[in-house]
Each structure stands twice: as structure tokens, then as C-alpha cells.
Ligand binder design. Sequence first.
Ligand SMILES: Cc1cc2nc3c(=O)[nH]c(=O)nc-3n(C[C@H](O)[C@H](O)[C@H](O)COP(=O)(O)O)c2cc1C
Length: 168
Amino acid sequence: MVIEVRYEEYAREFLEHLRKGAFLTVKGQPDNVMTIGWGTIGYMWKKPVLMVMVRPSRHTYGLLEQAGEFAVSIPLKQDLQDQILGCGKNSGRDMDKFKEFHLHKEKAQALLETPVVGNCRLHFECRILYQHRLEPEMIDEVVRDTAYNEGDYHTLYYGEILESYLFE
Ligand SMILES: Cc1cc2nc3c(=O)[nH]c(=O)nc-3n(C[C@H](O)[C@H](O)[C@H](O)COP(=O)(O)O)c2cc1C
């Protein structure tokens, strides 16, 4: 059963679980799922917005550039640690991670072609409003040295939250 929720009411759950790992899904041939640990949720342009950060080396990056949309699925009480690690170490270039890690593909609720991870409880479906590749000279020196010593500067994708809901 799908229970629609207000994104603000689940912002804290999102932030608390994100650092342990969440799933970013994007449509493709096949659809792909990648682990994320960084992002934000907020209110911009009079819209609810979720931002994810993806390095250009990721297979997901190329798919996102085509898709214009993404979804984020967050395990709340579910133990999906093996899948979080698996989708954070392996690339969709080499395998279908949905199949490999026994993740259930569920159709989006909004008019998205991107699936969500049915094994998770909390989901956000987003349409990309704005994207921005980090500019090295604009980043704090300590952050640059710790996060970007190999370059591969993230692109930030800001998605309007079209749907936020729980699977019960
Ligand atoms: C806990 C965890 C968090 C991660 N967070 C991010 C992230 O926020 N952005 C990113 O670009 N990569 C992140 N990664 C790395 C990607 O998930 C990893 O490179 C993945 O294999 C990329 O898959 P793809 O090539 O199918 O896109 C994270 C990995 C782990 C294990």
C-alpha cells in the first residue's frame, strides 16, 4: 500500500538515513541504481527540492544527463546494508544491479519513467529543475583537498519533489 506523506515531515528521516546510504535510481537500458550518501532536501523556487551529488565517473551520471528525472529510495527500518554496499561499489556498466542485488523495481507514482526500489519504505520522485557542476576554484580548500584530490567534481542535481510516499 502507498501512503502519501508531506516531504517536510520526512526530511529528518531522509537526512538521518542518507549518511548510512540511500538508493538513487535513474531510467536507462537497463534502469540503474546507485548508492548515495550526500544530498539535501529543502525549499527553493517555491518548490520542494531534493538535491543529489553525482560524480561524472559514475554510470549514473550519463543516464541522468539523458533522463531529466530521478528517484531516491531510503531504507528506514529495512536492513539493506549488503545492497547499499553492493550498489556503492559496483557499476551499472557491468551489471544490472536491480537483478544482482535482488532489488524490486516498482513503478513510479508520478508521471516518471524511473522506477523506485520496492524493498525500501520511503521514496521521493523528482524532476530535475537545475544542475550545476562544481567549480573547483569556488570550493573551500579543505573540502577540495578531502573530497576532490582526484578531481571528479560532483554535478549537483536539484529535483522538484513530485511525490513523497511510504510503502506499507
Ligand atoms: C555509502 C556510499 C555513499 C556514496 N555516495 C555517493 C554520492 O553521494 N555520490 C556519488 O557520486 N557517489 C557515491 N558513492 C559511490 C557510488 O555509489 C559508486 O561509485 C557506484 O558504484 C556508482 O555506480 P554506477 O557506476 O552504476 O553509477 C557512494 C558509495 C557508498 C558506498
